[in-house]
Design a protein around this ligand. Structure first.
Ligand code: GDP
Length: 313
């Protein structure tokens, strides 16, 4: 069981038994509480340190000293800072002036990219868009077939490399239906955008390959896809359950690929959401969507204020 930060701070201030003024040492106790609360929520340590530094600076200001209820005042500051780092207001997709808007998904294998591609396609379709999913994950056996299934469920067309494609044999995959030999993921992504242009799809969602861990080849491939398709949005998809490891992964994708925002998945699990703060801090980019299940409709816009409450309560 977690004790909420609010309860913890109230207790700390009560124990201090010094009503009226808040001293530097009172603040140290408070900062300790905040640190424990954030670590409990799985925020990575370097991020916790950076965050508590900001809180200390603000809390040392007059607003806490003069507050009737210092504990509540500190909680308010923590909440405000969290919301700001998490992106302030909900950020919407940036649509290209000239369609199609190209949205590329990047992230580790198993983070939920393919599933999210279907969800985003479904969501955009319900808003009157005509999205096209592009299967550029040629690494994982069955990824193309999986995207085709996801697309069918979402009612969104899928551009997939042809069976026995001409590009080469290095990505030949075994599927239940026999060998599918695919080409270069960058070519597939570019062809997918071309296809959208031809068919009049206004948004392209490119599913890319992930690996179990960050590696140089993966980053280069993702970066090439971003450059060659001139992607408008590069969304880093990350499993909220990854916890502390979120920092290194997010940094690797932000530096190696360049991202414009993130998507947090598996928030239906019991993750407290600390990964959100880690990812937003390290990438400096907002989180756009929260994925909350395996179904095609289990997705919502990311609300920084709700996530702040989830982390603190
Ligand atoms: P990819 O390798 O990044 O394309 O990941 P997948 O889309 O294949 O997802 C990996 C697994 O996580 C699959 O079993 C999905 O059903 C599951 N998954 C994806 N998103 C969510 C989510 O938001 N909640 C839950 N509970 N499961 C998810």
């Amino acid at each position: 069981m977690f004790t909420s930060l609010s309860d913890r701070l109230t207790l700390t201030f009560k124990n201090l038994k010094r009503k009226g003024t808040v001293t530097e040492s009172d603040l140290n106790a408070t900062i300790r509480d905040i640190r424990v609360a954030l670590l409990d929520a799985d925020v990575a340590l370097p991020v916790v340190k950076q965050f508590t530094g900001r809180i200390r600076d603000r809390a040392l200001g007059a607003e806490v000293h003069q507050a009737l209820n210092p504990a509540q005042q500190v909680v308010k500051i923590v909440n405000e800072e969290l919301v700001e780092i998490l992106g302030g207001a909900t950020r919407r997709l940036q649509l290209a002036k000239t369609p199609p808007t190209v949205i590329m998904l990047a992230g580790l294998q198993g983070s939920g990219k393919t599933t999210f591609a279907g969800k985003l396609g479904h969501l955009l379709r319900s808003q009157g868009h005509t999205p096209l999913l592009v299967a550029a994950d040629l690494q994982r056996p069955n990824a193309v077939t999986q995207l085709e299934v996801v697309g069918e469920r979402a009612g969104v067309p899928v551009f997939a490399p042809e069976r026995g494609n001409v590009f080469g044999h290095d990505a030949a995959l075994e599927t239940g239906e026999g060998t599918r030999s695919f080409g270069d993921p960058v070519d597939v992504a570019v062809d997918g955008v071309e296809e959208a242009r031809r068919k009049g799809n206004d948004i392209v969602i490119i599913d890319t390959a992930g690996r179990l861990a960050v590696d140089v080849d993966l980053m280069r491939q993702a970066s090439d896809i971003r450059i060659e398709t001139d992607a408008d949005e590069v969304l880093f998809v990350i499993d909220a359950m990854i916890g502390q490891a979120a920092v290194e992964t997010a940094r690797a994708f932000a530096d190696g690929v360049g991202i414009t925002g993130s998507v947090l998945t598996k928030l239906d699990g019991d993750a407290r959401g600390g990964a959100a703060l880690s990812v937003a801090t390290v990438t400096g980019q907002p989180i756009l969507y929260a994925s909350t299940g395996e179904g095609v409709k289990d997705v919502e816009l990311f609300h920084p204020d709700r996530m702040a409450s989830r982390i603190l309560d």
